[in-house]
Design a protein around this ligand. Structure first.
Ligand SMILES: Cc1cc2nc3c(=O)[nH]c(=O)nc-3n(C[C@H](O)[C@H](O)[C@H](O)COP(=O)(O)OP(=O)(O)OC[C@H]3O[C@@H](n4cnc5c(N)ncnc54)[C@H](O)[C@@H]3O)c2cc1C
Length: 400
């Protein structure tokens, strides 16, 4: 096998899935993850369409289904916590015969990681600081572990990818801000009913609590409209300041407790709502997958699906080309681009979740009561273009 030593930056959904399939195909993957351990943050993510097939091929269907978040839908409340609207997503999914699974992001990453036991080398608490590609391979310099040689390098390190910055250029060239910031953190389960996402809105902002059926704990979810700001959202002090500024004076519903929970969570996740658009995901021996290549944003509902299917396709193309990246990388990109294009077209989700005005909030709530919104959501699911392209290109099915 040519090019068997593959360095993957990022132990998220994309990185873990790629490592699994590369190891199965006979490559030797190493994952470098900046965090000290797996990042368990985030709330529910959707495993849908072809991603269900990837999970099936990994033999993880039973585990993923039994860890499903089991959320029924979303309820909208007023400042006193009175219900003003509701969208029953479970009913919609049943009506349209959907077999997708919603699972806590941390649970999915843990399941994928456990499937890699013994076959993948991990470097936790570490990051690539420089990459020097040449005709035979790539020399990677790490922040602590010195220099090592690899044949190929894959950036699976998310929206703010270091590999992308080092090889493709500064983030501002590729990241499109969607005029919102959002945060997730652990919350007190008493703040919302079991199996529902409960949401309170003010114009341009939302505070919510996500109660999964399979988890004793809950997740706080805060989001607000804002043009891009001149700070790094991953910097905890800046994130805490921005959230306190926006939600700190709101006495309504459980906003104060949700803010407090997010600020108290060491693994709080705060970021800009953004998408990544690149003309090409490969440069020489370096290639990008998952959010690093094509983040569609959490409101797309497609991040996990694209991470799973993209990782699978890249491993499959590398195996089919016997490790020849010059053949495999363009094939991976051709096979995966159509799905990405569809998921990056965001429908009305964001406007419904964070209406801009009081009138917008009232209209949204009225629609849910009629129940126009439920029919709209059902119709949207039925009409939305589906990602039905096969996981493997016609000439190959290299699944070992
Ligand atoms: C903590 C967290 C919570 C999230 N919560 C949600 C959510 O609730 N809903 C939703 O739709 N999406 C969420 N997302 C985004 C979602 O996971 C992705 O859209 C999707 O799953 C694609 O995953 P990915 O593996 O490409 O990227 P990510 O899930 O972002 O994973 C990237 C990984 O790379 C690591 N990393 C970053 N920089 C470096 C570096 N320099 N060196 C090494 N490793 C690095 C990160 O720590 C992370 O583990 C979350 C992401 C994270 C990291």
């Amino acid at each position: 096998m040519r090019n068997s030593r593959v360095l993957i930056s990022g132990a998220g959904i994309a990185g873990e899935t790629l490592a699994y399939w590369l190891a199965r195909h006979g490559f030797r993957p190493t994952i470098v993850e900046r965090a000290a351990g797996l990042r368990r943050g985030g709330q529910g993510v959707d495993v849908r369409e072809r991603a269900i097939e990837v999970i099936e091929r990994m033999g993880l269907t039973a585990q993923v289904r039994s860890a499903a978040a089991d959320v029924l839908g979303m309820r909208f409340v007023d400042a006193d916590g009175r219900r003003r609207g509701e969208v029953d997503m479970a009913r919609i999914k049943e009506r349209i015969g959907s077999d997708e699974v919603e699972i806590m992001r941390g649970d999915l990453v843990r399941l994928l990681h456990d499937a890699n036991g013994g076959t993948v080398e991990y470097l936790f608490g570490e990051s690539i600081s420089a990459l020097e590609p040449d005709s035979d391979g790539v020399t990677a310099e790490f922040e602590r572990a010195g220099r090592r040689r690899f044949d190929l390098v894959v950036g699976a390190d998310g929206l703010h990818s270091t590999v992308r910055r080092l090889v493709f250029g500064p983030e501002q060239r590729f990241v499109r801000h969607l005029d919102h910031y959002f945060a997730f953190g652990d919350a007190d389960p008493a703040l919302g009913p079991d199996r529902w996402v409960t949401v309170y809105n003010t114009p341009g902002a939302m505070a919510g609590v996500y109660r999964s059926g399979s988890h004793p704990q809950a997740k706080a979810y805060l989001a607000f409209r804002s043009p891009r700001r001149e700070f790094d959202p991953r910097e905890p002090a800046a994130a805490r300041r921005a959230l306190t500024e926006r939600f700190g004076k709101d006495p309504a519903w459980h906003v104060a407790q949700l803010l407090e929970s997010v600020l108290a969570d060491d693994e709080m996740y705060f970021d800009a709502l953004a998408q990544v658009h690149l003309p090409s995901w490969a440069s020489g021996r370096v290639v990008l997958i998952g959010d690093a290549a094509h983040c569609a944003s959490p409101v797309s509902g497609g991040g996990a699906e694209l991470a799973l299917t993209g990782a699978y396709r890249l491993a499959d193309e590398l195996a089919a080309a016997d490790g020849d990246h010059e053949q495999a990388f363009p094939r991976y990109e051709r096979a995966h681009r159509p799905s990405v294009g569809r998921r990056q077209r965001i429908g009305p989700n964001l406007r419904l979740l964070v209406p801009k005005t009081r009138a917008g909030i009232a209209i949204r709530n009225t629609l849910t009561r009629l129940p126009v919104l439920e029919s709209m959501a059902g119709m949207e699911r039925i009409m939305a273009p589906r990602n039905t392209e096969p996981l493997t290109t016609a000439r190959t099915d290299t699944t070992p």
